[in-house]
Write a protein that binds this ligand. Structure first.
Ligand code: ADP
Length: 501
C-alpha cells in the first residue's frame, strides 16, 4: 500500500477547505451503483499535482472486474430503473440540479481541477467550470424536446418514429479538460435517457469523482452514472470490448481511438471518436494584427497547449511573417509561468512527467529539423513539469513538428504565399478538427472557411466553443459530433412504428 499523501504539501496554495477535506478522504473510491467502493483488486494509484510532483490522492484503480460491476449497475438502472422512462420534465430537473450544484461548488471544483491538471486557475474559473455547468443546463433544456416524427404513410397505416436512448454508454475521457469533458459526455447521454460508465483519465480522476458525488447529491437514481478511474489498456480497454455496453464515446489520441474502434467490433457498439488535431490558424495581412497575435497565443498556449483543437500550425502571409512571428515570440516570452493556483499565472505545468518528456522530445526534434527557436525551447527548471511557451520559426509543413500532434506549448509558424497556398498547406494534414482564418475580406473569409477540411472553422477568432454548436472532426480527427443538437444523435436510436388502422 502506498503511503498516504501529505495533502497540505501536495495542495499548497489551495484555499478551499472542501478541497482539502476531499483529498484527505483517501483513497478515492469508484462510484458504482450509487456507492463509492474500493476496486475489486484492492489496487490504488497516485494522482499527482504536476506543479510540485507531490501525490494529491490515492485513487482506486478500476479494471475489467470493476467495469463488469459497473455494467451490471448501469444495465439494471437502464432496464429496470426509472431513468429512461421518467417524465422528460422530471429528468430535465435532475440535470438542471447538477448544473446548479456545479455552480454552487465552482471555486472548489476550479481549485481541484487546477491541482490535478496544472492548468492556471483563471482558466478553471472562467472556462472549465462554468462551461461544464452550462453544458448540463443546455442539455437539460433538450430533454423535453427530443421529438420523433409522424410520417406521410399509406392511409391504412399510421407511422411514427420514436427517438429512444441507446442503452448503457461507456465514456472514456482525457486529462486536458477533465470536468468539462465529463460534462460534454454525461449531459447529452443522460438527457436522452441513457445510463453511463465514465472513465476519467488516470492523470486527472479527481473532478470526475467529485462530480459523481454531486450527481448523487442531485438525486439521480443509483447506477445511472458510474465513475471508474483506471488505466487505459485495462479499464478503458474493458469498456471498449464489453459486450454489455451499447455505445462508446471517446475523446483522446487518434492512436487509441483506432484501438477502441477495433475493440468495439465484437458487439458492434455505436462509436463516436473525438481525436487529435494539428489545426491551422491562417493569418492574412488585412487583419487586426494585435488581436490576431493575442488570439493565436491563446489558441496555442491555453492549457499549456494540451488542447485537441489548439492552433499549433500558425500560417502567416509571407509579407508579414517576420513581424507576426516577432510579436508572437515576444508575447510568449512575457507569459507568466508559475504556481497555477496563482491568479496571475498564465502558464502552468504540463500534466505529467510522461507528457513533459514527450513535449521536450518534440522541442528537440524541431531543433534537429532545423527550425529556429524564437521563444522558449526549454524547460523552466525546478520542481514541476513546467515548459516555457515555445515558438518555432522557419518551419515548413513537412517537418514532424508541423505534422504530429505535440500536445504541449509549442507553436510552429509557417509562411504562405497566397490564399491557395494557405488552404493547400492548411489542409495538408491527416487531421481535421479545427481551423481559423484571419482577414477583413468577407468573401475571402467565407471562401477559405468553406475550403478548409475541419469540423470547426473560426473567422477572426480562435477556440470559441459553445454547448449550442457541434464539435468534432474531419479525417483522422474522428467522427460523430458532440455538443449542439447533433450530440442527441449519438445518444438516441430511431424506432419506426407502423400501426395498421
Ligand atoms: P493521451 O495520449 O493524451 O494521454 P490517450 O488517448 O492515451 O490520450 O488517453 C485518453 C483516454 O483514453 C484516457 O482515459 C486513457 O486512460 C484512455 N485509454 C488509453 N489507452 C486506452 C486503450 N487502449 N483502450 C481504452 N482506453 C484507453
Amino acid at each position: 500500500m502506498a503511503a498516504l499523501p501529505k495533502v497540505e504539501v501536495a495542495a499548497a496554495g489551495a484555499k478551499q477547505s472542501a478541497v482539502i477535506n476531499f483529498l484527505k478522504e483517501s483513497p478515492k473510491n469508484l462510484l458504482i451503483g450509487g456507492k463509492f467502493v474500493a476496486a475489486k483488486s484492492g489496487k490504488v494509484f497516485e494522482s499527482i499535482n504536476p506543479a510540485n510532483e507531490e501525490v494529491l490522492a490515492l485513487v482506486a484503480e478500476g479494471d475489467a472486474a470493476d467495469i463488469d460491476e459497473a455494467v451490471k449497475a448501469a444495465r439494471g438502472a437502464f432496464e429496470q430503473g426509472r431513468w429512461p422512462s421518467m417524465r422528460p420534465a422530471e429528468r430535465a430537473r435532475y440535470l438542471f440540479k447538477v448544473a446548479d450544484l456545479i455552480e454552487a461548488h465552482s471555486e472548489e471544483l476550479a481549485e481541484l481541477e487546477t491541482l490535478d491538471n496544472g492548468k492556471p486557475i483563471w482558466e478553471s474559473r472562467v472556462v472549465d467550470v462554468p462551461f461544464a455547468a452550462e453544458t448540463f443546463r443546455y442539455y437539460a433544456g433538450w430533454v423535453t424536446k427530443i421529438y420523433g416524427e409522424t410520417n406521410p404513410s399509406d392511409p391504412s397505416m399510421f407511422n411514427f418514429t420514436l427517438h429512444e436512448p441507446v442503452g448503457v454508454c461507456g465514456q472514456i475521457i482525457p486529462w486536458n479538460f477533465p470536468l468539462l469533458m465529463a460534462s460534454w459526455k454525461l449531459a447529452p447521454a443522460l438527457a436522452c435517457g441513457n445510463t453511463v460508465i465514465l472513465k476519467p483519465a488516470e492523470q486527472t480522476p479527481l473532478t470526475a469523482l467529485r462530480l459523481g458525488e454531486l450527481i448523487l447529491e442531485a438525486g439521480l437514481p443509483d447506477g445511472v452514472v458510474n465513475v471508474i478511474p483506471g488505466f487505459g489498456p485495462t479499464a478503458g480497454g474493458a469498456i471498449a470490448a464489453h459486450p454489455g455496453i451499447d455505445k462508446v464515446a471517446f475523446t483522446g489520441s487518434t492512436e487509441v481511438g483506432k484501438e477502441i474502434l477495433k475493440a468495439s467490433a465484437g458487439n458492434l457498439k455505436r462509436i463516436s471518436l473525438e481525436l487529435g488535431g494539428k489545426s491551422p490558424n491562417i493569418i492574412f495581412p488585412d487583419t487586426d494584427m494585435k488581436r490576431a497575435v493575442g488570439s493565436a497565443m491563446m489558441g496555442v498556449f491555453m492549457t499549456q497547449g494540451q488542447v485537441c483543437c489548439a492552433g499549433t500550425r500558425i500560417f502567416v502571409e509571407q509579407g508579414i511573417y517576420e513581424q507576426f512571428a516577432e510579436a508572437l515570440s515576444q508575447g510568449a516570452q512575457k507569459m507568466t509561468l508559475g504556481n497555477p493556483l496563482d491568479p496571475k499565472t498564465k502558464m502552468g505545468p504540463v500534466v505529467s512527467r510522461e507528457q513533459y518528456d514527450r513535449v521536450m522530445g518534440y522541442v528537440k526534434i524541431g531543433k534537429d529539423e532545423g527550425a529556429k527557436v524564437a521563444a522558449g525551447g526549454e524547460a523552466a527548471g525546478g520542481k514541476g513539469y513546467f515548459i516555457k511557451p515555445t515558438v518555432f520559426t522557419g518551419v515548413c509543413n513537412e517537418m514532424r513538428i508541423a505534422r504530429e500532434e505535440i500536445f504541449g506549448p509549442v507553436a510552429a509558424t509557417i509562411p504562405f504565399k497566397d490564399e491557395d497556398d494557405a488552404v493547400l498547406q492548411g489542409n495538408d494534414t491527416t487531421y481535421g478538427l479545427a481551423a481559423a482564418v484571419w482577414t477583413r475580406d468577407v468573401s475571402r473569409a467565407v471562401r477559405v472557411a468553406r475550403r478548409l477540411k475541419a469540423g470547426t472553422v473560426w473567422v477572426n477568432t480562435y477556440g470559441v466553443l459553445d454547448p449550442i454548436s457541434p464539435f468534432g472532426g474531419y479525417k483522422q480527427s474522428g467522427f460523430g459530433r458532440e455538443l449542439g443538437r447533433y450530440a442527441l444523435e449519438l445518444y438516441t436510436q430511431v424506432k419506426s412504428v407502423f400501426v395498421a388502422l
